[in-house]
Design a protein around this ligand. Structure first.
Ligand SMILES: [Zn+2]
Length: 67
């Protein structure tokens, strides 16, 4: 589990507005479904995936505890 550069799928804009999202964690199952060819390294202006938000938070807490 690691926080990574924000990315989204090139197919994202074909989805209804509410369902569009970007990912920021390499352990996200939704993010892993995005094929390399479809992967765009930016937020695309979409909201962040809920799973990624949760995992990034855990990641940040772990990093803080390790210091
Ligand atoms: Zn995600």
């Amino acid at each position: 589990m690691a926080t990574i550069t924000a990315f989204h799928s090139a197919d994202e804009e074909a989805k209804p507005g509410q369902k569009r999202m970007h990912h920021t964690n390499d352990s996200c199952t939704e993010g892993q479904k995005i094929a390399a060819a479809q992967r765009q390294e930016s937020t695309g202006g979409y909201r962040r995936c809920v799973d990624c938000s949760r995992m990034d938070e855990i990641e940040a807490l772990r990093a803080a505890a390790a210091r």
